[in-house]
Ligand binder design. Structure first.
Ligand SMILES: [Fe+2]
Length: 242
């Protein structure tokens, strides 16, 4: 009897923990100081443990009061009804966007090479990596206020550069051009102000030094293979033949 009561107690607590804390802060793949001199250790620490943590905490608070609790982060981002709540929209975006950002950054010595497939696709879509860099930086520089610049794979399986405001992202059914993010650059001032103040262009140059093209290539491959997620995005209208 005592064991049964104990089991019920443990089961209740396990369920409560799962329901009450559906989203958690990811760990950085490297130490804060490993991203220097491109991004300083203090910025990395504050960005992760204060800003990203706040998105996770607020998302968990918002979602626990809603019907969207059992959903994965992608399911939340795809759900128009869930996104009608500003708290869910901003914090689900904040959690997803930052989680991707941490994954694609690495110190020079730990960076891997771009895959032949992604390299070929960049050549097809942009001409070369330098042209992609110019286009992504242009999207990042022209984003007024806070937001993100993205490299995405669209439903017609093409690479594209887009920008979103605040913590929105291209999976959301609120964006004109949707796709699965392959890489994202955070252009909120909290990402760079300590080191670069208002010099967003200098920060962007620094971020390019930290991009881990091996991970971005893996993201590209995963997006190509994720037909169920891609099928949930509205296909782009085909260009009319002249
Ligand atoms: Fe950020």
């Amino acid at each position: 009897m005592r064991n049964a009561v104990l089991s019920l107690f443990l089961l209740f607590n396990a369920v409560f923990v799962v329901v009450a804390q559906p989203f958690t802060l990811p760990k950085l793949p490297f130490a804060y100081q490993d991203y220097a001199p491109y991004i300083d250790a203090q910025t990395m620490e504050i960005h992760l443990t204060k800003h990203h943590q706040a998105y996770v905490n607020s998302l968990n608070k918002a979602i626990i009061r809603s019907l969207f609790d059992p959903l994965t982060i992608e399911e939340v981002l795809l759900n128009k009804e869930a996104l009608s709540s500003d708290a869910i929209r901003n914090n689900a975006g904040g959690h997803y966007n930052h989680s991707l950002f941490w994954e694609i950054l690495a110190p020079k010595a730990k960076q891997g090479a771009i895959s032949a497939e992604l390299s070929k696709e960049i050549k097809t879509s942009f001409g070369n990596l330098d042209s992609l860099k110019k286009e992504l930086n242009k999207a990042a520089m022209s984003r007024f206020g806070s937001g993100w610049a993205w490299l995405i794979l669209t439903p017609d399986m093409k690479l594209a550069v887009v920008s979103t405001a605040n913590q929105d992202n291209p999976l959301m059914p609120l964006e004109a051009q949707r796709g699965i993010p392959i890489a994202g650059i955070d252009v909120w001032e909290h990402a760079y102000y300590l080191n670069y103040q208002n010099r967003r262009a200098d920060y962007l140059s620094a971020v390019w030094e930290l991009l881990n093209w091996q991970v971005i290539s893996e993201k590209y491959q995963q997006a190509k293979e994720n037909t169920s997620l891609m099928g949930r995005l509205v296909p782009l209208k085909k260009k009319k033949k002249k």
